[in-house]
Design a binder for this molecule. Sequence first.
Ligand code: CP
Length: 321
Amino acid sequence: MRSFFHVSDIGDLAAALEEAKQVKATPLAWKSLGQDKTIILIFFNSSLRTRLSSQKAALNLGMNPIVLNVGADSWKLETQLGVVMDGDKSEHLREAIPVIGSYCDIIGVRSFAGLQDRSFDYAETILNQFIEYSGKPVISLESATVHPCQAFADLITIEEYKTKRRPKVVMTWAPHPRALPQAVPNSFAEWMNAADVDFVITQPEGYELDPRFVGDAKVEYDQMKALEGADFVYAKNWSCPGVTNPDDYGKILSKDMDWVVDARHMAVTNDAYFMHCLPVRRNMIVSDEVIDSPRSIVIPEAANRVVSAQVVMKRMLEDML
Ligand code: CP
């Protein structure tokens, strides 16, 4: 595997889920695979789960993980080509990336969407530079448009908790005080469309995700109707993807608190499990009552981030043998 961005990069999904089961059962069984190998994890943005689960996965495989927080631990990096570098950015990605690539075997990059320029974000301009100039396999640790390690962990969790062959999975938009990227909902939609689930997306008008991620998913604007009979409720905020109106890209169009997932919403489901990628703002996205209930599986979901990262890194290391 040269890079990990999309569900297609993992190949056969059933085989990947079976491998995830084995990795979870015996996480140290491949400890020699990463011996004398180094992974550099680059963070342009904050993280709790991604940085810790990626380091843990690398250590389970015997690799040496190095974390770099861009700006705090390094020079500030310029990402735009063709600019006069007379501001506060001391180094360009064009030099930094091949240098980083020369120090390691695998690179993981977290680089959120700027939410200012849809074309720049949706072209994955920063991640693609890492792929082009590093010469090393690259893992998206949430880039401008995708968060594949999260979506893979989400699917592993659904597989573990489902009680029917084809569960109903509903991803619902929920309000948030700040404009958030679309990477998590994009990837969740992409992975659910590839999985054997009945997948529904519900959101207010104007929040339509990019069609390349929505695929054949059912879109229902009535949140309560969408949630009827759900086996899994996946809550997430995202800012306007700019699909219907490009001028609204990255904006907050609604803060409608009726969309906060609470007991009233869960009551119409099939006693659904509640999921969220975390971090979550309580009583903005989900009520205390729901996230603290026995049907909330946000902690095992986060724990599965080690498993998803380890499967991806394991496959990259196996390709180097
Ligand atoms: N879900 C997730 O990616 O968490 P962090 O932002 O804390 O890494």
